[in-house]
Ligand binder design. Structure first.
Ligand code: NAP
Length: 230
């Protein structure tokens, strides 16, 4: 049975990915900050024996270490760095909030890097050997036609750079490192006017993840499977 490890799994795209992978008979390790309050995940766990919920504030290295211990020797076919923040307090020119910037850097950039470092061995002993980070088209310079969203754009662009380096550095382990744009999705972050539902996004993300191979490592994929210019 293939295994998924995913962060930020209590709502939005992360939660829907858990549901869909469970439906496909995967073992799912779903991380969230507050398992007690993760109502939907707990309901899913009641119905699915292959779902395990783990407490993980992604900026808390002690919790990440504990998760690493809990998953010792467990092959992880796909690691998805999904947790992210929009950092609205660091969005507008002239209104820079240091704390919002720091949170965006910690959650959107440093945490995915540390997740890869913590779980690279688990991924390397799996069949599929995929690490995917949820980036955003907003991290593309080419696509930036409207400005603003300073910290969000900057941290997603930097995450892309991290993933390209990881693609090179982990190639000897046969690990495919992917950068994914999930579409403009109707979630708390994407808002009610997003172009696609979480169900559509997760379905299309799964398609990309199921069709990719090592030749795709380091690529920045749009939700339709096309490559996004940097
Ligand atoms: N929605 C879109 O249109 C869109 C477009 C492009 C890219 N993305 C990316 O896709 C990913 C998922 O987005 P979404 O729309 O599903 O967002 P969302 O509905 O706002 O959910 C964000 C998730 O990240 C978790 N999270 C935030 N900070 C965290 C932290 N410090 N530690 C652990 N978990 C943390 C949240 O947990 P809590 O519930 O505990 O806050 C929540 O589970 C993000 O990386 C986002 O940047 C989304």
């Amino acid at each position: 049975m293939p295994t998924l490890l995913i962060t930020g799994a209590n709502r939005g795209i992360g939660l829907e990915l858990c549901k869909q992978y469970l439906d496909k008979n995967w073992e799912v390790h779903a991380c969230c900050r507050n398992p007690k309050n993760a109502k939907e995940l707990n309901t899913l766990a009641d119905k699915n024996k292959t779902l395990t919920i783990h407490e993980l504030e992604v900026t808390d290295e002690a919790q990440m270490d504990a998760l690493k211990k809990a998953l010792k020797n467990k092959p992880v076919d796909i690691l998805i760095n999904n947790a992210g923040v929009h950092a609205l307090g660091a969005s507008q020119f002239g209104k820079t909030d240091d704390k919002a910037w720091e949170e965006a850097v910690a959650v959107n950039l440093i945490a995915p890097m540390k997740m890869m470092e913590h779980f690279v061995e688990n991924v390397s002993i799996s069949d599929k050997k995929i690490i995917a980070s949820m980036s955003s088209k907003m991290g593309s310079m080419d696509d930036n036609g409207s400005g603003g969203a300073y910290a969000y754009r900057a941290t997603k662009a930097a995450l892309n750079a991290v993933m390209v380096s990881a693609a090179h550095d982990l190639r000897h382990l046969d690990i495919t490192a992917l950068i994914l744009h999930p579409g403009w999705v109707r979630t708390d972050m994407g808002g009610p006017h997003g172009e696609i539902s979480v169900e559509q996004s997760a379905q299309m993300l799964r398609k990309i993840l199921s069709e990719c191979d090592i030749s795709d490592s380091g690529k920045f994929f749009d939700i339709d499977g096309t490559v996004i210019p940097w």
